[in-house]
Design a protein around this ligand. Structure first.
Ligand code: SF4
Length: 349
């Protein structure tokens, strides 16, 4: 099934196309000190290896802003600078060659400062993400409204401000920790503007809980056709965010990226150590880049069906498993050799 997507305006961040039906882009953010150029470059290159397509770095001071030129020179994915409060940092990173800015114009200050940033961004055709978080709304901003309404109203003020400066290379995000609030805010703004939307659940937590919260929030929005780029914010190494981003997109058939693993939950019929086998297979699959479907099933009830539907699959019995390839039964393998046999067949594909 293909999910119809909201029609959004196209922008480009470096060589990556966003919006207008382009593939949904997976982003992350470094957690190194941006002033530590070597560590930041290393992490960005590591994230690129696992599929990160756009990376954002925090720019808290001028030393970090000055690091951008050298970081940029040593990486191969577009770089977004995250700026708060000080418009001079935005001007410095634009000059340093950054590919996009994430700002909250509301905390940049006087209109003249915002104007200076917008003029500089326009000259170099650098998009600006209006990145609004529920937690950063001013307390006296429309207290009569719901949080979602306040987020949309605040974002629309920023949009109008940028448009009044004849700037339209805009992307918007409206993130909250509360999933229904986030979904409501995105649905509302999606009906008001056609700018591309970056979606995510902010501060969603550790992998154990944050993955679920993010999957529910981002997944619901994507199912509604909303979202041109995503970031799964996790209290973890950012590579986990990238893995999670692709898994969400793969589960909605919105992107292909590496293998898909089908494995059964195990039950009283399982007669092999299927959990260990599935975990071992999953670990091996991380190394595979091709979109191959692999099934690891515990018995003869659903096993052969799922295994046959996969490119490669095993359906286990007592101490052994039947190996299927493209629907054909090709061997019976002892339990101890199942992972190796499966991986050998995947390699042949
Ligand atoms: Fe149980 Fe078999 Fe289903 Fe696995 S595939 S959960 S072993 S019935």
């Amino acid at each position: 099934m293909t999910i119809p997507r909201r029609k959004s305006k196209v922008i480009h961040i470096g060589n990556v196309t966003i919006g207008g039906g382009a593939p949904i882009v997976v982003q992350s953010m470094t957690n190194t000190d941006t002033r530590n150029i070597e560590a930041t470059v290393h992490q960005i290159n590591e994230l690129k290896e696992v599929g990160c397509e756009i990376i954002r770095v925090a720019v808290p001071d001028m030393e970090a802003a000055n690091a951008i030129t050298r970081i940029k020179r040593n990486i191969h994915i577009p770089l977004v600078a995250d700026i708060h409060f000080d418009y001079r940092l935005a001007l410095a990173v634009i000059k340093a060659g950054v590919d996009a800015l994430r700002i909250n114009p509301g905390n940049i200050g006087e209109p003249e400062r915002i104007k200076a940033v917008v003029i500089a961004a326009k000259e170099r055709e650098i998009p600006i993400r209006i990145g609004l978080n529920a937690g950063s709304l001013a307390q006296d901003f429309h207290p009569e409204m719901s949080t979602a309404e306040r987020m949309v109203a605040a974002a629309m003020e920023e949009v109008r401000l940028l448009e009044s400066l004849d700037f339209d290379l805009i992307k918007i995000s409206l993130k909250a920790f509360d999933v229904p609030t986030t979904i409501t805010a995105y649905c509302d703004i999606a009906n008001r503007v056609d700018y591309p939307l970056h979606v995510g659940i902010t501060e969603s937590g550790t992998p154990r809980t944050g993955l679920i919260r993010s999957s529910v929030g981002i997944g619901t929005l994507l199912y509604l056709g909303i979202g041109d780029t995503i970031r799964v914010s996790l209290t973890a190494h950012p590579r986990e965010e990238v893995f999670a981003g692709y898994e969400i997109l793969k589960s909605l058939n919105l992107r292909e990226h590496g293998p898909v693993l089908v494995s059964c939950p195990t039950c009283g019929r399982t007669e092999v150590d299927l959990i260990s086998i599935a975990e071992a297979v999953e670990k091996e699959l991380i190394k595979i880049k091709k979109p191959v479907r692999v099934a690891v099933m515990g018995c003869a009830v659903n096993g052969p069906g799922e295994a046959r539907d996969a490119d490669i699959g095993i359906a286990c019995g007592k101490g052994k498993g039947i190996l299927f390839k493209k629907g054909e039964k090709i061997a019976i393998i002892p339990e101890a050799d199942l992972v190796n046999a499966l991986m050998k067949e995947i390699a042949k594909l």
